[in-house]
Write a protein that binds this ligand. Structure first.
Ligand code: M6R
Length: 355
């Protein structure tokens, strides 16, 4: 039930702080230790390489999680689009372990991969929002995303749940003393901070109306994990507002895409990674010199006076949980401003059960 909301998508964006709190209360015990089946953690620890398999927004959540497993847990990780992996399986390591990400648990492309790797005798873990779904049942292990039903075709809270749960898993297998932060504390703070961002709806409504509703095309850029969020931001914008949008690694601009920048083209830069922000600023300036309309979404510690939207600080790889939220709201208000059916974009289905 949408309650007083005009569209499910807005309700689901608003539910994101609760989603993080649900995951915290399910997976952290009273002593603040992460609680997963010991079997799952053993399999991840013993694997020599992780393979994250997913499609669409779930794939974008995988791009974030892959970085966590590598940088926090020291575990080599590959992130693959399921429809590609299914028909061109890369060479696998000696002891692979698979992690499937899927809101619905029914995505045909991912099911195809799971059947193949089951036949090859490999073990897997599915993170899904739908208990007893196919990917839940057919994987060796499964954990629920606890995001509650996601009705809007555009996935929002499932992304937040996937990134949160990946963080918890990566943290659980990492050397926590060496990481030097308390994940439970950081996630609790992020839940509060997301609330602050969703309370700024009016800001994003205005920006969407001025910058994106009239646009033919738009670009999201960022470096490191911000490039992964740029992909998700662009997908969200195109799928519900039909604005031609591209998201990519900011350093790639000068290798081709810069040719598309015209007077008035919106370029939105995500900058949450201190060691890369200056370089992204340089790339953004190149687009502005060609007439782009720039909008910046920046973490507080690296923000400058003329930045447009300032995000609270957090651990580098947790920043997608914050930076994605303004992009969800921008997509929502662009779709709304164009008079479209936000929850049911043309040509798309919530769950893609064909390959
Ligand atoms: O149910 P899944 O997470 O497996 O679905 C994967 C994609 O079809 C899905 O994320 C799609 O990209 C969304 N509509 C994006 O908002």
């Amino acid at each position: 039930d949408k309650g007083t909301y005009p569209f499910y998508m807005l309700k689901e964006i608003d539910e994101q702080p609760i989603v993080i709190r649900n995951l915290l209360s399910r997976y952290f015990d009273a002593d603040k230790h992460v609680q997963f089946g010991s079997e799952i953690l053993r399999e991840i620890r013993e694997a020599d390489r992780l393979y994250i398999i997913a499609a669409g927004t779930s794939y974008h959540a995988g791009l974030v999680g892959g970085r966590m497993f590598e940088q926090w847990s020291g575990k080599p990780t590959e992130v693959h689009i399921s429809s590609e992996f299914a028909y061109e399986q890369p060479l696998l390591s000696e002891k692979p372990f698979f992690i499937f990400l899927s809101q619905s648990g029914e995505t045909a492309d991912s099911r195809e991969v799971l059947q193949q790797i089951n036949a090859q005798g490999h073990h897997s873990l599915t993170l899904t929002n739908v208990e007893k779904s196919t990917l839940w049942r057919e994987a060796t292990y499964a954990l629920p995303l606890l995001a509650g039903p996601e009705i809007a075709v555009a996935s929002t809270k499932a992304y937040i749940a996937q990134v949160t749960l990946e963080a918890m898993l990566a943290y659980a297998v990492a050397d926590q003393a060496q990481l030097g932060f308390d994940l439970e504390q950081e996630l609790s703070k992020i839940a509060v901070d997301i609330q602050g961002i969703v309370d700024d709806k009016e800001t994003f409504k205005q920006v969407a109306e001025e910058l994106l509703v009239p646009a033919q095309s738009a670009f999201y850029i960022g470096r490191g994990v911000d490039s992964a969020v740029s992909l998700e931001a662009a997908l969200k914008l195109k799928e519900i507002s039909y604005v031609q949008a591209e998201g990519f690694a900011a350093g790639e601009l000068k290798h081709g895409t810069l040719a598309l920048i015209e007077k008035g083209t919106p370029v939105i830069a995500l900058m949450t990674q201190p060691k890369m922000a200056l370089l992204t600023r340089g790339n953004l300036a190149e687009t502005q010199a060609r007439g782009a309309k720039a909008y910046t979404i920046v973490s507080k510690s690296i923000a400058k006076a003329n930045d447009n939207y300032v995000l609270p600080d957090t651990i580098d790889l947790l920043s997608p949980l914050l930076s994605v939220v303004p992009t969800q709201l921008l997509a929502y208000y662009t779709s709304l401003g164009r008079g479209l059916d936000v929850d049911r974009p043309r040509n798309l289905a919530k769950s893609v059960t064909v390959q």
